[in-house]
Design a protein around this ligand. Structure first.
Ligand code: ADP
Length: 495
């Protein structure tokens, strides 16, 4: 099987690596902006898609299918984002006689509309967050439903994703405005303005269950906790969760398996739940794809989720441990994004002048960047993920702290400093977290006046800039070896 990877960045590299470990060939595709990106060189073959804008490249179904034909690929892995959760893409891939490395189009469709998914889950006996299961047509009806549910309520886009089209409504007077705002945001983001209402839960934890399904059976691989979010976007994930007992894991796991079964699921997928302070859990949505935070599950279960996706796509049985799931040790993931905490977390652009990725015991770097690379604003701001494993949560935090201190990304602003502040926080260390934690903790989001990390980066950046200038005029020492002054100078700068 030759697999075309319809994505870019860290997830494209991740999938290409899995292909190679499975003994499969990988075909990369790239936009003009990504011509020199690491995922292109990692693949066995690479084909251009078009201009940098996603709508002209990574979202072009016709070009992707052409690339598959030209390269002789027999399967397409969509990664996450872009076309991963477009049922129409899965259908087009299958109609072209190719294998879609993911669930059937019908399962994507069923879970893609939140109101439809909520109806299905209710029918399957999976508890859903209290609220509507059909879109709300007009403001008067919305007012009635909101009063019944009790404020605060959340207005949510039926087609929602990435926190878009979501509005918190604390009191009745705000409802009309919130409806209009959510509708227009949803229309812009998804081309669908349908919205519905959910009860807004106070301080829930975001706990999700990884499921894996082959042609024979569906299993769950335990939970990930993703409560550390900014504006409903995950920043830090861990497995297992402090809030989950073995009994709760089994109950939530069963609910997730039921949810997957209800839509005829296959491949890797994730059922997201909110867990309230009193230990109740409610289905939020199912993501019908591999997720950004999948590595933490891999670290504590020993299952390579992407390799299993590839096996399942080939009709092979999945390889998962037998017996009840007992997660081993603790894994943490920090998402490193080119978002500048000093500038309201706005995506930053720039050229990566120097990159040092963390290594050593228990550390994994899933990245898609390298020194010299231009970070533009066309794509998601995720640069890479630092994932650590350790025997317990406290040791995982210590290890992550060490790993983040090793990580140096010079030339573009990142959220690295935020992660270091979070890891030092006593509440985070005590796992006293919930999905509204960062809303209360502006102090963690905002950088302190003079962040020492930044000073080091500035020194390194200046040195590396110099190295690049030198590199354009290759210099060879008298003995024929490349000159090595920069490394020494950098060490000097770090002292
Ligand atoms: P999206 O699909 O846009 O990511 P989700 O429904 O998955 O939206 O929710 C994203 C996040 O928003 C959750 O992890 C949680 O933090 C918050 N959230 C969603 N629904 C609720 C709710 N009913 N009550 C409280 N918080 C919620």
């Amino acid at each position: 099987m030759r697999v075309l990877v319809a994505n870019r960045g860290e997830i494209a590299l991740r999938i290409i690596r899995a292909c190679h470990e499975e003994g499969l060939e990988a075909v990369a595709v790239y936009s003009d902006a990504d011509r020199l990106s690491p995922h292109v060189r990692a693949a066995d073959l690479a084909l251009p898609l078009g201009p940098a804008a996603p709508s002209a490249s990574y979202l072009r179904i016709d070009r992707l299918l052409d690339a598959a034909r030209q390269s002789g690929a027999t399967a397409i892995h969509p990664g996450y984002g872009f076309l991963a959760e477009r049922a129409a893409f899965a259908t087009a891939v299958e109609q072209a006689g190719l294998v879609f490395v993911g669930p059937p189009a019908s399962a994507i469709q069923a879970m893609g509309d939140k109101t439809e998914a909520r109806q299905r889950m209710q029918a399957a006996g999976v508890p859903i967050v209290p609220g509507l299961t059909v879109p709300v047509a007009e403001a008067a009806a919305a007012r009635r439903h909101a009063a019944e549910l009790g404020y605060p309520v959340l207005v949510k886009a039926a087609a929602g994703g990435g926190g878009k089209g979501m509005r918190l409504v604390v009191e009745p007077a705000e409802l009309d405005m919130a409806l209009a705002a959510a509708r227009s945001e949803a229309e812009k983001a998804f081309g669908d303005s349908s919205v519905y209402l959910e009860k807004y839960l106070e301080r829930p934890r975001h706990v999700e269950i990884q499921v894996l399904a082959d042609h024979q059976r569906i299993v769950h691989l335990g939970e990930r906790e993703c409560s550390i979010q900014r504006r409903h976007q995950k920043l830090v994930e861990e497995a297992p969760s402090r809030a989950v007992t073995p009994l709760l894991r089994e109950r939530m796991g069963q609910a997730a398996v039921q949810a997957a079964a209800a839509v005829g699921y296959r491949s890797a997928g994730t059922c997201e739940f909110l867990v309230t302070q009193d230990g109740r859990f409610y289905f939020l949505e199912m993501n019908t794809r591999i997720q950004v935070e999948h590595p933490v599950t891999e670290m504590v279960t020993g299952v390579d989720l992407v390799r299993e996706q590839l096996r399942i796509a080939r009709g092979l049985p999945m390889r998962v441990p037998q017996g009840p799931l007992v997660p081993r040790g603790w894994a943490l993931e920090c998402r490193i994004t080119s978002e500048d905490p000093a500038n309201g977390f706005l995506p930053a652009a720039g050229r990566i002048q120097y990159l040092q990725v963390p290594t050593g015991p228990g550390v994994r770097w899933d990245g898609g960047i390298e020194a010299g690379q231009e970070i533009a604003l066309h794509y998601d701001s995720l640069l890479g993920k630092v994932i650590v494993w350790a025997p317990d949560r406290a040791a995982a935090i210590d290890r992550m702290r060490r790993a983040l201190r090793e990580l140096i990304i010079a030339g573009v602003a990142t959220n690295q400093g935020f992660h270091l502040r979070l890891l030092d926080d006593p509440d985070f260390q005590a796992a006293e977290i919930d999905s509204q934690f960062l809303e209360r903790r502006a102090d963690l989001l905002a950088p302190p006046p003079a962040a020492p990390v930044r000073e080091v980066l500035a020194v390194v950046a200046a040195l590396v800039e110099e190295e690049y200038r030198q590199a354009r005029r290759p210099q060879i020492a008298a003995d024929g070896s490349p000159t090595g002054w920069t490394r020494a100078a950098r060490a000097e700068g770090l002292r």
